[in-house]
Design a protein around this ligand. Structure first.
Ligand code: SAM
Length: 242
């Protein structure tokens, strides 16, 4: 059936709204998020797509609120959730942060994997501020995003590195991704993309009131070979609300 998460290892599922692909393999950062969940946890999954992290988080006994800009994908997520876990799942269709209304100090953990590189710098700052608002004191965010060291964007690396040297505020922002990439799958991405790095994520989340617990670059285990570059394709960050 169309809504099933395929069981083939490392198979990717194209998102319904040209926002890249959802993986069916839990990446290293999402795995740490799931390990932090327990029956006592109330968690928020931003850009949850088909539930690659939401469903295992629910399996720990946690209560999970799944947000995604695509309502269709959230309905698929709900159908893919084992019946015994569905009562602890709440769907929040809409764009984060704009459409997400929630009272302060509601969540223990928040997870946003492969979604913040679709945000402008300003949206990223607003998302970090909202995450700070909705998390309880000591609550944690788990973030993973694409960096400029991604196979399809190698032509952008010199511009990015010059932007860093020139202290450009958002050095990885690409207004028109097609100017830097003719990758065969580029049409499955939005026009603009915001390739992120440790410095930008650290600045945004520190300014929003978080203490960085850990930040590192990696090649996530489910990254397709066709977009490999040099092992720095992704950046991950775990931060605690102070
Ligand atoms: C590449 S998928 C990532 C799915 C999953 N989190 C993962 O790590 O595989 C990106 C998802 O983010 C969603 N998305 C993009 N912008 C969003 C926004 N502003 N608010 C909520 N969801 C958004 C898309 O609809 C898509 O389902």
């Amino acid at each position: 059936m169309a809504h099933d998460i395929p069981l083939n290892p490392h198979r990717r599922i194209r998102t319904a709204n040209c926002m890249g692909w959802s993986s069916n393999t839990l990446n290293e950062l999402s795995e740490l998020f799931v390990q932090a969940c327990s029956p006592a946890t109330t968690a928020l999954d931003v850009g949850a797509a088909l539930g690659i992290a939401t469903i295992p988080a629910l399996a720990t006994g946690a209560t999970v609120h799944a947000n995604d800009a695509s309502a269709e994908q959230l309905l698929n997520l709900q159908q893919n959730t084992p019946p015994e876990d569905r009562q602890r799942l709440t769907l929040h269709p809409g764009r984060f942060h704009r459409d997400f209304k929630y009272k302060g100090e509601s969540f223990d953990l928040a997870h946003a994997s492969n979604v913040f590189h679709f945000f402008t710098g300003r949206q990223l700052e607003q998302a970090a501020a909202l995450l700070h608002h909705v998390l309880r004191p000591e609550g944690k965010v788990f973030i993973l995003a694409a960096t400029p060291y991604m196979g399809p964007f190698t032509d952008f690396i010199p511009t990015y590195e010059a932007n860093v040297r020139n202290h450009v505020l958002w050095p990885g922002w690409i207004e028109n991704a097609r100017h830097f990439s003719n990758h065969r799958l580029i049409d499955q991405f939005p026009k603009s993309i915001h390739l992120l790095d440790h410095t930008v994520l650290t600045r945004v989340f520190t300014s929003a009131g978080f203490e960085i617990e850990r930040s590192w670059t990696l090649r996530r285990r489910d990254l397709p070979k066709s977009i490999h570059y040099d092992g720095r394709e992704n950046v991950a960050l775990i931060a605690r609300k102070i």
